[in-house]
Ligand binder design. Structure first.
Ligand code: BGC
Length: 500
């Protein structure tokens, strides 16, 4: 199975060099452009689906519905095909990340990152020239392959290339780049929304980060772990010397070698993960964290905020500006997580974030219930502004909790032998749930109206309780001590372990 520096005992690695060298810095930044592309995709689709020129070209019936004065507010954008435009990317991403988990073991991380950028580039080009819906969806599928390849490989690559001591920080920095991508996309949408064929530039803009990644990927090193795992020990040593800036890298080399040997004893990591009792707690917790991450309702805001603002009666411009504002808050709040997550702990943020999101969802639901009637815009000017402020509070709650931690915790709770496979399960859960939200939100909004926000509020209560009762605090615990120090002592999960 694939082995990574994630797979090396944290306790043992503390004696390894912890310096951030220029090589590691550059390689990580280049790879993290994968996060930028992911973010760009998340941020671009909402704005594009609310652009009139785009709707006229591809979804004229939705355009007509949107402008019918007597059309039900909550159903203006309800269209399975329109939603497929957003969600098809994630459907492709599920399969691509599964393929990537195998391919990057066989061929290394670097070619897979390179392929991710090529998929992105082709997807962006196809979308730019799209003449019909088929080309548009085809482009989204190619982008989805890029995301699947990138999301499975980039975090792994960064973890493998980074010195163990600063791995956590670099991991959350990946999420930060996602938020920057989302922000950039909403800004691009704002600029292009008034242009003729503006949507083409928005969608084609994905080519920019893709090109940066493609060019950059020629300059990154293959990770030592991947080289050593594939029997290329000498090459692995050479890269280790380069990225650590040291001649003596024997200690780290030996650790990677040892991790590889242990991991290679497990012939079927999937079987090991699903059948061994001790693996059940991290599997359930890691995968559920991603399930809950999506059911905070975050992508309702990320994908459909412009549509929501328009539903409340804001003009096209105002709704796109509102989206830039919420995405700016998203990026800023993520920085706070990078700085404080190792001090205040994971559970604190998860519970605080869930509470903050629950309160804001309830309030938004109540406001829509009272002010957004079935037909006609909201009469009050204050209500859309209050909803915007509430959405910002909601997004910040996500950005310092379930956003980054949904990715970080699954990377630190698995036993060595099943860590990368377990991580794949988290990525896959993310893609499946993002697909479901992307595909069904607008229809659900039409059917359940403001009740949808109450549904997400309830989900936030459930996930807060889950964090309190089922999530052991993982802050500061060496990865390999997780079972001894946490799972075996947990009131519920301890029954999955043989007690000493
Ligand atoms: C989530 C995405 C979400 C983004 C928002 C990520 O952690 O996986 O689904 O759109 O955060 O910043």
């Amino acid at each position: 199975m694939a082995v990574s520096v994630m797979d090396i005992e944290e306790g043992a690695t503390t004696s390894l060099p912890g310096k951030l060298t220029f090589q590691v810095f550059m390689c990580s930044i280049i790879a993290a452009v994968g996060g930028l592309m992911f973010g760009y995709d998340i941020g671009i689709s909402g704005g594009v689906t609310s652009m009139d020129t785009f709707l006229i070209d591809f979804f004229p019936h939705v355009y007509a519905k949107k402008h019918r004065v007597h059309e039900n507010n909550y159903c203006k954008f309800d269209d399975q095909l329109l939603q497929l435009f957003t969600s098809s990317l994630y459907l492709a991403g599920i399969f691509a990340s599964f393929a990537a988990s195998h391919l990057c073991r066989r061929f290394g991380r670097k070619p897979i990152i390179m392929s991710a950028s090529i998929f992105f580039l082709l997807g962006a080009i196809l979308n730019f020239f799209a003449q019909e819906l088929g080309m548009l969806i085809g482009g989204r599928i190619l982008l989805g392959c890029g995301i699947g390849f990138g999301n499975q490989t980039v975090p792994l690559f960064i973890s493998e290339i980074a010195p163990a001591r600063i791995r956590g920080g670099l991991n959350i920095a990946f999420q930060f780049l996602i938020t920057i991508g989302i922000l950039a996309a909403s800004f691009v949408n704002y600029l292009t929304s008034t242009m003729k064929n503006g949507w083409r530039y928005s969608l084609g803009g994905a080519a920019v980060p893709a090109l940066i990644l493609l060019i950059g990927s020629f300059f990154i090193h293959e990770t030592p772990a991947s080289l050593i795992e594939r029997g290329k020990d000498e090459e692995g040593k050479t890269v280790l010397r380069k990225i650590r800036g040291l001649d003596n890298i024997e200690l780290e080399f030996n650790e990677i070698k040892r991790a590889t040997e242990i991991a290679n004893k497990v012939k079927s990591p999937f079987k090991e993960l699903f059948t061994k009792r001790e693996n059940r707690p991290p599997l359930v917790v890691g995968t559920l964290l991603q399930f809950f991450q999506q059911f905070t309702g975050i992508n309702v805001v990320m994908f459909y905020a412009p549509v929501l603002f328009q539903t409340m009666g804001s003009g096209n411009d105002a709704s796109l500006i509102s989206t830039v504002v919420t995405n700016g808050v998203n990026a800023l709040a993520t920085i706070l997580a990078v700085i404080t997550v190792d001090k205040l702990g994971r559970r604190f943020f998860l519970v605080e974030g869930a509470t903050q999101m629950m309160v804001t969802q309830l309030t938004i639901g109540a406001l829509l219930l009272n002010y957004l009637h079935l037909v006609g815009p909201i009469k009050s000017h204050a209500v859309p502004l209050i909803v915007l402020i509430l959405i910002c509070i909601y997004v910040s709650g996500f950005a310092w909790s379930w956003g980054p931690l949904g990715w970080l915790i699954p990377s630190e709770i698995y036993q060595l032998e099943v860590r990368t496979t377990g991580y794949f399960c988290a990525v896959a859960m993310n893609m499946v749930c993002t697909f479901v939200i992307g595909q069904f939100f607008l229809s659900a909004l039409c059917r359940f109206r403001s009740g949808l926000f109450f549904f997400f509020a309830v989900m936030n209560v459930i996930m807060g309780l889950f964090a309190i009762f089922f999530l052991p605090e993982t802050r500061g615990v060496p990865i390999e001590d997780m079972a001894e120090q946490r799972w075996k002592k947990h009131w519920h999960w301890k029954k999955y372990f043989k007690q000493n």
